[in-house]
Ligand binder design. Structure first.
Ligand code: HEC
Ligand code: HEC
Ligand code: HEC
Ligand code: HEC
Length: 128
């Protein structure tokens, strides 16, 4: 009796854990747009690891930033454990841009500044 209880509980738990671990190691290919209630465009291409390698971005806080209460960006701190949408909402507040603007300023802003990377709508929001 005891043994079968172990199997009905422990085995499925282990399987779920394995799926969870495998999932978290999967490379991001598109930005998750599920926080936009009525998305107008297909989600933007973004192969996280590959992108940051070819763009030579080593500082995680280039995108995953943290600001103090005075709006100063904190050096040596980053927020990759949080989604952009945990801080950026559908509307801007003060100097904190809305979620859409946060992405456009971050992504497109850097591409325009560096004159590298896509800046046309359809180059990021690629039809699938
Ligand atoms: C922990 C909260 C937090 C997270 C997570 C966060 N932001 Fe921000 N972000 C802020 C705050 C606060 C400001 C306003 C800073 C100021 O006062 O100028 C800001 C400002 C910005 C700005 C305008 C200033 C600038 O840096 O150009 C952009 C663009 C931006 N965020 C993009 C993003 C993106 C993209 C992500 C996810 C990869 C993200 N943010 C994650 C809090 C956050
Ligand atoms: C060019 C911008 C950019 C840079 C640089 C960057 N990231 Fe990200 N990262 C993102 C975006 C955008 C997401 C998706 C955020 C969302 O969905 O809210 C993300 C998601 C993540 C996630 C959660 C999703 C997952 O993979 O499970 C982790 C962890 C992460 N980044 C770690 C890092 C680390 C560590 C670094 C530095 C070595 C880094 N990132 C550098 C933009 C960036
Ligand atoms: C700090 C600078 C910077 C930021 C921020 C940035 N990029 Fe880029 N990105 C680049 C550079 C540089 C390239 C060109 C790399 C090359 O081809 O040499 C690039 C290339 C790309 C490409 C084409 C190559 C590929 O990986 O398919 C896509 C798509 C892209 N970026 C999407 C994004 C998205 C989406 C974001 C925001 C979540 C973003 N980028 C944020 C610098 C940046
Ligand atoms: C450098 C890449 C990039 C370019 C260029 C770009 N976007 Fe985006 N955009 C994003 C990212 C990343 C998001 C966050 C959610 C997603 O991926 O759809 C976003 C979000 C959006 C959203 C909110 C979500 C939705 O689907 O309703 C709209 C609307 C949008 N973009 C329209 C445009 C338009 C119009 C253009 C051209 C003028 C454009 N974008 C150019 C990367 C880009």
């Amino acid at each position: 009796m005891k043994k079968s209880a172990l199997f009905t509980v422990a085995v499925p738990t282990l399987l779920l854990l394995m799926i969870a671990v495998a999932g978290s190691q999967e490379e991001i290919e598109f930005v998750d747009n599920s926080d936009f209630s009525n998305a107008q465009r297909p989600p933007s291409v973004f192969r996280h690891e590959e992108h940051n390698e070819i763009a030579e971005l080593e500082d995680c806080a280039e995108c995953h930033h943290i600001y103090d209460d005075n709006g100063q960006k904190l050096e040596d701190e980053s927020s990759e454990d949080q989604r952009c949408s945990e801080c950026h909402e559908s509307r801007s507040s003060g100097r904190k841009p809305s979620l859409t603007r946060a992405y456009h300023v971050n992504c497109k802003g850097c591409h325009l500044k560096q004159k590298k990377g896509p800046f046309l709508c359809g180059e990021c929001h690629v039809k699938q």
